[in-house]
Design a protein around this ligand. Structure first.
Ligand SMILES: [Zn+2]
Length: 120
C-alpha cells in the first residue's frame, strides 16, 4: 500500500512541476490567490519533478527488492521456494543449493518480449 502512495505522490509532484514550468502564473478565484513563479519557474518546477521522479523510483525499486529477497529456485527440478521457507537454502528433494531467481526471471521475461517483437 505504501508503494502505491509513493507512486501516486511521485506522479502528482511530477505533473505539478510540469504545470509550473508550462504555466508559471496561476490564479485561484476560489481563494483569491495569485501565484507568479516567473523567473524561478524552471528551477522550481524542475526540482519538484526531480522529487516526484525520486518517489516513483523508490516505489518501483522497493517492489523489485522485495521480489529478489523472497524467491529462490532449484537449478535441478526448477521448483521455486520462498526464502523464509528454506533456511539452509537447499532443495529438500535434490539436495543442491538453491539459486536466486531474479536473473532468470529477467532473462525469461526479456526473451519472451524479444520473441513477440521479432514475430511482428
Ligand atoms: Zn530440486
Amino acid at each position: 500500500m505504501n508503494r502505491i502512495l509513493y507512486l501516486l505522490l511521485g506522479i502528482v509532484l511530477a505533473v505539478f512541476g510540469y504545470e509550473i514550468i508550462v504555466q508559471p502564473r496561476w490564479y485561484s478565484s476560489k481563494y483569491d490567490y495569485y501565484f507568479d513563479f516567473t523567473g524561478i519557474h524552471i528551477p522550481f518546477g524542475s526540482a519538484i519533478i526531480v522529487i516526484g521522479i525520486i518517489f516513483i523510483w523508490l516505489a518501483l525499486r522497493k517492489k523489485a527488492k522485495d521480489y529478489e529477497d523472497k524467491v529462490l529456485v532449484c537449478p535441478k527440478c526448477k521448483e521455486a521456494f520462498n526464502k523464509k521457507d528454506v533456511p539452509g537454502e537447499r532443495c529438500a528433494r535434490c539436495n543442491v543449493n538453491l539459486e536466486e531467481i531474479e536473473g532468470r526471471v529477467l532473462r525469461q521475461t526479456s526473451g519472451i518480449e524479444d520473441g513477440a517483437e521479432s514475430g511482428l
